[in-house]
Ligand binder design. Structure first.
Ligand code: FES
Length: 71
């Protein structure tokens, strides 16, 4: 599922950035993928996916991220 429509960033791309590039903040996510650098409407969702990928959020989320992250 797309999180950032302006930059075409999906939740799986965010999870990959966390797992493969060590991204740990929205600022780093913006720098690496361009998330929330245009209209900014995706910032909240991007932060949620980021926290899920970091294991800091137990809420169900984007694209079944919780199930994917466990795999
Ligand atoms: S939807 Fe991400 S910057 Fe617009």
């Amino acid at each position: 599922m797309y999180v950032c429509l302006c930059k075409g960033v999906t939740c799986s791309a965010i999870r990959s950035a966390v797992n493969e590039q060590g991204v740990a903040s929205l600022r780093e996510l913006s720098r690496n993928l361009g998330v929330a650098t245009q209209c900014g409407k995706c910032a909240h969702s991007a932060r949620q996916v980021l926290h899920e990928a970091l294991g800091a959020c137990s809420a169900g989320g984007c694209c079944g991220a919780s199930a994917d992250a466990a795999a």
